[in-house]
Design a binder for this molecule. Sequence first.
Ligand code: GRF
Length: 203
Amino acid sequence: KKIVVLISGQGLNLQAIIDACAGGFVPAQISAVISNKADAFGLQRAKSAGISTQVFLRRDYADNVAMDAAIGDYIQSLQADFIILAGYMKILTPAFIRRFEGRIVNVHPSLLPKYPGLDTYRRAMAAGETEHGTTVHFVNEEVDGGAVIVQAKVPIFPDDDVEDVEERVKAQEIQLYPLVIKWLAQDRLTCLDGRAYLDHQIL
Ligand code: GRF
């Protein structure tokens, strides 16, 4: 199978995916890493691994639809099977999501449906939560709203700061996300009528 990974930042999840593909845990090849930020550190990670990179900047397009159409055309030209969002911080247009329906996954740092959107750590801590976590989900037109595939929980301790919780969550993400991508590459994971299935069982 072929995948593309979309990033905007440091790329810790990307690194885990690169390693999982290179080591054979995930039976897939990363056809390209795509970023909407020219200075995303993840681009260096891709280059170090010998993976092609492509940057799409919003300012080069008339609108978001035109930008996503260009990204979509590129992904289609690579004949990629799945689109992996790994810290891609720009909301994809409905047209893009429909074009690749059921073939886009995302990792979000909260126990969805709690805390969609930005700044989840601060918000969870401000609300006095004693646990937080991460969710891998299919992407639909609702931001952070698609069918949940897997979640991992971590504790929030009274003396924690945001960085402590973030580190705990990321340690879970880099385990979970490669596992989900493995299932995708093995054709064991599907999305039907807003629900995720693994080996035809509802998750
Ligand atoms: C991850 O925590 C992910 O949950 C969120 O963005 C972050 C990306 O981090 N969507 P990295 O670029 O993988 O280090």
